[in-house]
Design a binder for this molecule. Structure first.
Ligand code: ACM
Ligand code: ZN
Length: 560
């Protein structure tokens, strides 16, 4: 051995010797959403390749997640047997369905739950007790210390949701999966996938190929804030194939996330009507792109006789599904047959919002239907529409969710209401003993500005919904009786994408407001504290960076 080699070896031994004595760094517990009960204990659990992973088959999915998280691109490989120290998943039927106990001592990590959802959430908490470098595989030490503690945790609400509009702008399967990952990390269990709207139809329906060839694309998009300054004349669109939908649904299931698809009716139907004009009350009436904002291609198309267009501007449009023709219902039932086959979710969202009644008032078929059924007005016709669809879906074992407009003209017997125009929809629906999900726009619309300094922000639809306002929202309003409160399933953050064109921009609008939403849905009100949350949010930014997730930081901004 040369002198140099010998010297190097000496240095290396010295370094190793020193490492042994140095206390390992430990991550301070700052979990989001905040657990209901957490007690910090003395000591640390050392996680290294001598640790074993023990679990029953029922917990395979969460155990796999943990193994993947700990082992990917790191030096640590967990043993399957003959380990002195273990991470053990233990079945405990006394714990509520999504709840868990996490006990970290020097010799073991015990994860107790009655279901795989519970163990999965324990793993998500444990994940946040590991250095952020595990998030991107840059942790390259042979061991890591985890703070000893006990957590007893369970969610406040059964429905913990986030929505994404993929119609106004299309987002890739890859990004949708990344979005689902974020939900799962924050113990949110529902992804509301807004799949159809005026500006694009995004789900493959094999029976109706023009939904793919025509309804999935628009010829252009307005430039700037509505009404816009011009049309960009860029074709925009795309759709998810049924294979892709299945892949996303199964991906989400492994992360304890249920996907609720939204197929909008009777309004926001321009894209479907562009493909199949018979769905309109007036198939021969050209689509209007208001304010002279039509793209050049659409002008040419209409001159050539293709008069129905996928919308190119934002807003609410008169051309809705005709409620008078049975062919409309045949179409929608055929569409829903395929949708039901793709999504195991108990719920299908059927939209119901922002459906102007102007065409129905003028349509002979709609008026005939009203007369035959003795309906007093067009709101009652909408109620007939929604109830007919509900009946069809109930017979297939599904329940419907609709935006709060479905209250107008009478609620369908089994419908769940998503209250977005404030909370009045939730008040009314719970009085009628219907279940509700709270998404009031003042608190839960993440397409709103999150800073007062709008000049420095990317263009948004408007509004002002800062982090603190989201955080302090309580889905059970003071006006609700105890009986009404029982019908509140939970709350959801909505992300409409008229002005959001890229994944990075979605993330900027969503993070950190999704943290606040996760805590609204998970943590009991009396355990919440904005100052404490703010600290945990700031700490979490490092993790987001490691995960390559974009975020907004207005934590120091002061408001009057
Ligand atoms: C909605 O924001 N139109 C539900
Ligand atoms: Zn009609």
């Amino acid at each position: 051995m040369t002198f140099e080699k010998c010297f190097l070896l000496m240095l290396l031994s010295l370094a190793l010797f020193q490492c042994k004595d140095e206390p390992l760094q430990v991550v301070e517990p700052q979990i989001i959403p905040k657990p209901q009960e957490q007690t910090i204990l003395e000591g640390q659990f050392v996680l290294d390749s001598k640790v074993g992973l023990q679990f029953e088959d029922a917990f395979q999915v969460s155990a796999d997640f943990l193994r993947g998280f700990v082992e990917s691109d790191t030096l640590i490989q967990l043993k399957s047997e003959n380990a002195k120290r273990t991470i053990a998943f233990i079945k405990d039927e006394t714990i509520k369905p999504e709840g868990y106990h996490l006990n970290i001592s020097e010799n073991s990590i015990e994860i107790k739950a009655s279901s795989d959802a519970g163990t999965f959430y324990a793993v998500q908490s444990l994940r946040q007790l590991l250095p952020v470098s595990f998030e991107n595989g840059t942790f390259q030490e042979p061991k890591v210390a985890i703070q000893c503690l006990t957590i007893q945790d369970e969610p406040r609400f059964a429905y913990r949701g986030m929505h994404l509009d993929v119609c106004r702008h299309m987002f890739s399967v890859e990004f949708v999966k990344k979005y689902i990952d974020a939900l799962a990390m924050l113990k949110m269990n529902t992804f509301h996938w807004h799949l159809t709207d005026d500006q694009g139809w995004r789900i493959e329906i094999k029976r109706y190929p023009k939904l793919q060839s025509l309804a999935a694309y628009r010829n252009g998009t307005i430039v700037g804030h509505h009404p816009g300054t011009a049309n960009d004349n860029q074709k925009h669109g795309g759709f998810y194939t049924q294979d892709e939908v299945k892949e996303v649904v199964s991906y989400a299931a492994k992360k304890q996330v249920t996907i609720i698809p939204e197929i909008e009716m009777p309004g926001h139907a321009s894209a479907a009507i562009a493909a199949y004009p018979f769905l309109s009350c007036f198939p021969n009436k050209p689509t209007e792109i208001p304010n002279g904002m039509a793209s050049q291609a659409s002008v040419v198309q209409q001159e050539a006789g293709q008069i129905k267009l996928v919308q190119e501007t934002w807003g609410v449009f008169d051309d809705i599904f005709c409620a008078g023709k049975d062919s409309t219902f045949v179409f929608l039932e055929n569409v829903l047959d395929e949708v039901v086959g793709l999504f195991p979710s108990k719920y299908i969202h059927i939209g119901g919002d922002e459906a102007p009644k102007k065409h129905w008032e003028q349509c002979p078929n709609c008026q005939k239907r009203m007369k035959e059924l003795g309906l007093k007005n067009e709101h009652e016709l909408q109620s007939y529409f929604v109830t007919r669809i509900e009946k069809y879906l109930n017979a297939k074992g599904k329940q419907i969710i609709g935006w709060d407009e479905i209250l107008e003209g009478g609620l369908a017997p089994n419908a769940t209401v998503m209250s977005w125009r404030g909370e009045s929809g939730a008040m009314e629906a719970t009085e009628q003993q219907h279940q509700v999900i709270l998404t009031p726009n003042d608190f839960c619309y993440f397409d709103h500005y999150q800073s007062k300094d709008t000049d420095k922000e990317p263009l948004a639809i408007g509004g002002f919904t800062p982090l603190e306002e989201v955080y302090n929202y309580n889905p059970v309003s003071k006006e609700m009786s105890k009986e009404q409160a029982n019908y509140v399933l939970g709350a959801q953050g909505n992300v409409w994408t008229e002005y959001i064109t890229t994944p990075e921009h979605v993330e900027y609008m969503v993070f950190p407001r999704i943290f606040a939403m996760s805590e609204i849905d998970w943590t009991l009100t009396e355990k919440k504290n904005y100052q404490d949350f703010k600290g945990r949010t700031e700490n979490f930014f490092k993790r987001l960076k490691a995960m390559n997730v974009n975020y907004a930081n207005h934590l120091t901004e002061k408001y009057d």
